[in-house]
Design a protein around this ligand. Sequence first.
Ligand SMILES: [Zn+2]
Length: 95
Amino acid sequence: MNDTTHYAECWREPGHQACAVAEVVRLRDVLYERSKERDEAQRDAARYRWLKSHFRVFSPDMGGQHSYTLAGSMRARGPSLDAAIDLAMEGTQAP
Ligand SMILES: [Zn+2]
């Protein structure tokens, strides 16, 4: 929306049909972008949950500064860290 297209009382104007269509197209693009962002956030959340499942408490601390360590040894390979984690997730089950 800008000064020459859709505005609050635009529906009363003869040009509203074209601006309404343009607004639908714009909102469709926004929806597509938000869907991509949501999908990526969901993938990141799944990676985090998977990584978290491979850690355990190493040393509890009375002050609350607990230490955590990887449970067992873990290696991941891939063209990026995300890709390596994805491949590791596909090949293993969470402990
Ligand atoms: Zn309009």
